[in-house]
Design a protein around this ligand. Structure first.
Ligand code: AHN
Ligand code: ZN
Length: 331
């Protein structure tokens, strides 16, 4: 009787081994191993989520200092960062625009892992331009700034969400700078640069924490249009060539060599990273799209066509993946 039972059990074991599903899985595992994958463990970037964050900003309408949509969008951004568990600070300041308007600036800051000594800084501007000086009509009307403003912020919100899901070791600070795009239209006078980037200039002169610094900074500006072309921008190359090298190399590792190209761009204009470099002393780069050949900004730049039609999820994904790779590579 006992023998029979052992025999029965053995048969069961053998039979069940015969069509063992584990065996069938083996070649699949081997195949996966054969595909060369970058080794850095990191979360996946969700482009649908980033796209939604871009759209939610644009849905408020044009967002420039002192207008109602600006106030609502500030609340939205703060609440998002808080919901992701980041230590959230809104720095409020006063500034004067090129046309002598007094404006209230809100720089919105999210700290991930505030105690960590090693930190990197990610930033983008969240305001949109109050006029459409590159358009041929309605030039005095404000623009939606889906690409010029909301795209970089949308990507960084998705990065912020991922940080709290799969926690990296280092500290990360995310800053949404205000009033980048209240600058004087070109052709009016010299010293135009300082009329832009009022939020980052304010922050760099009045750091949100005494002695704040980061190992390096990465700015995203106009990163949402299709088939992006990120050249090596001149201010970035002057102050942080090693960071350009690191990030562009990561872009290539991930298969985006057509988008992160080894081509230098001559000075095209200022941007927030100029002041983070020159005043705050944090070596910082700008990931910004330039048109192939012409080296100018996207055709919708500072026009009413800078709306959600410009935004391509694939581009959000390319930039988001490169950022996540760069963050999780740091130890
Ligand atoms: C100038 O036009 C001087 N700088 C371009 C910086 C910018 C504006 N980035 C987005 N909008
Ligand atoms: Zn702009």
């Amino acid at each position: 009787m006992k023998n029979k039972l052992v025999y029965l059990l053995l048969t069961l074991v053998i039979v069940s081994c015969g069509n063992d599903p584990i065996k069938e899985k083996k070649p699949v595992v081997a195949k996966e191993k054969a595909i060369a994958q970058p080794k850095i463990e990191r979360p996946a970037f969700d482009a649908d989520s980033a796209y939604l964050y871009v759209k939610q900003q644009v849905d408020f309408g044009p967002r420039f200092p002192n207008n109602e949509a600006h106030g609502k969008c500030a609340k939205f951004l703060e609440n998002k960062l808080i919901s992701f568990g980041l230590n959230t600070i809104t720095q409020i300041g006063e500034a004067t625009t090129f046309n002598n308007k007094k404006i209230t600036i809100k720089n919105i800051i999210g700290e991930y892992n505030p105690e960590a000594k090693k930190r990197i800084l990610l930033f983008a501007h969240w305001d949109s331009r109050p006029f459409a000086d590159q358009d041929s009509k309605n030039m005095t009307q404000p623009i939606l700034g889906a690409n010029d403003g909301a795209s970089g912020v949308g990507i960084l919100l998705e990065v912020a969400r991922q940080l709290t899901i799969e926690k990296p070791e280092i500290g990360v600070d995310i800053i949404f700078f205000d009033a980048e795009d209240y600058g004087q239209p070109s052709g009016m006078s010299n010293n135009i640069s300082e009329t832009y980037c009022l939020g980052s200039q304010y922050w760099a002169k009045n750091l949100h924490k005494k002695g704040y610094t980061a190992e390096y900074g990465i700015l995203l500006d106009m990163v949402g249009n299709s088939n992006p072309y990120f050249t090596q921008e001149s201010i970035s190359m002057r102050y942080a060539p090693q960071i350009i090298k690191k990030v562009w190399n990561n872009g290539k590792l991930l298969g985006y060599n057509k988008h992160f190209v080894n081509q230098k761009t001559g000075f095209v204009g200022t941007d927030d990273h100029q002041f983070v470099n020159e005043i705050a002393g944090i070596p910082s780069i700008d990931i910004i799209h330039y048109e192939r050949g012409s080296g100018s900004f996207h055709s919708t730049w500072h026009t009413h066509n800078d709306n959600m039609d410009v935004i391509d999820k694939t581009s959000l994904s390319i930039v988001g993946e490169v950022l996540l790779y760069t963050i999780y590579q740091e130890k």
